[in-house]
Design a protein around this ligand. Structure first.
Ligand code: SF4
Ligand code: SF4
Length: 275
């Protein structure tokens, strides 16, 4: 019948209007007491009525998958070996895939040799051009660039404030884990570690060199059997197992270690045969 849809719509609006007052009574008129929990409930799925958010004093929480301007992940300040280090290797993939081409990267060079190093010297994003598509974060092979939740970036001077440089873009890994715990956890499972892959490798390399330097004095008292014993020791599962306290290996790293162990076993056998 003509006008039925209109009547249904008005009934719904009226119901929300009345339920807003019922909710006010139910939650003890506490919305304006800035009680975070209460505000969350009134803005969540449990609420029946409608309330006006007094922005900017009150803000609705954004969902985990919300994406605004990207930021770069750096290692946490309390990391034992890589505090403050970039996860970005300046590979340039994000700049290539960015549809409006608003990313500029300056690759870093070793000051002594002049050779390129896997970290950016400069990283710039023009946030006026960025369309928040999230491609850069999707394509980054090192989990180094992520979409931020901070949407309050307006300023009076766009020329100086809207081109974000590396300093402005860099945020610690713990920040990413706080704003997107589920995604950060999923990525950790794939990567095999909470920190950057290199940190885990460096930790293992450090432990391996500590092991070999501790073993060296004994090996230097060279008996003919020493090379055999050394090769056997290096090939033993204990020697190639993950170091206690180190970050667990990813599947790929575990396979690589297994191949390395088998190669060392073959070497030990050859040494025993005198070949
Ligand atoms: S953010 Fe990721 S994709 Fe972009 S340059 Fe750095 S490592 Fe490469
Ligand atoms: S979110 Fe999209 S537009 Fe913005 S920098 Fe990343 S790829 Fe470019």
């Amino acid at each position: 019948m003509y006008g039925t849809g209109l009547a249904k719509g008005l009934r719904l609006t009226l119901r929300h209007f009345i339920e807003s007052y019922i909710d006010d009574v139910r939650y003890g008129f506490r919305k304006y007491h800035h009680s975070t929990d209460n505000f969350g409930i009134r803005q969540g799925t449990q609420t029946k009525g409608v309330i006006t958010v007094q922005y900017p004093d009150e803000k609705v929480a954004v969902p985990e998958r919300f994406r605004f301007v990207p930021f770069l992940i750096v290692e946490d300040d309390d990391h034992p070996t890589r505090a403050g280090k970039d996860w970005c290797t300046s590979c340039g993939i994000c700049a290539k895939v960015c549809p409006p081409q608003c990313i500029w990267i300056v690759r870093g060079n070793d000051p002594d040799t002049g050779r390129p190093v896997p970290e950016p010297e400069g990283f710039f994003i023009d946030i006026d051009i960025c369309m928040n598509c999230g491609y850069c974060a999707e394509y980054c092979p090192f989990d180094a660039i992520k979409m931020d939740h901070d949407y309050e970036l307006a300023s009076y001077d766009r020329t100086s404030h809207h081109i974000h440089d590396k300093e402005k873009l860099s945020k610690p890994n713990s920040y990413w884990r706080a704003i997107a715990p589920t995604r950060a956890y999923d990525e950790m499972l794939v990567r095999g570690t909470w920190e950057h892959k290199d940190a885990a490798k460096e930790a293992r390399r450090g432990s391996a060199s500590a092991r070999s330097s501790a073993a060296r004095p004994a090996a230097q008292q060279a008996t003919p059997a020493a090379p055999v014993a050394e090769a056997e020791a290096a090939a033993s599962p204990a020697a190639t197992a993950p170091v206690e306290g180190a970050t667990p290996w990813s599947e790929d790293e575990a396979k690589r270690e297994e191949r390395r162990r088998k190669a060392l076993e073959r070497k030990a056998k050859r040494a025993a045969r005198g070949g």
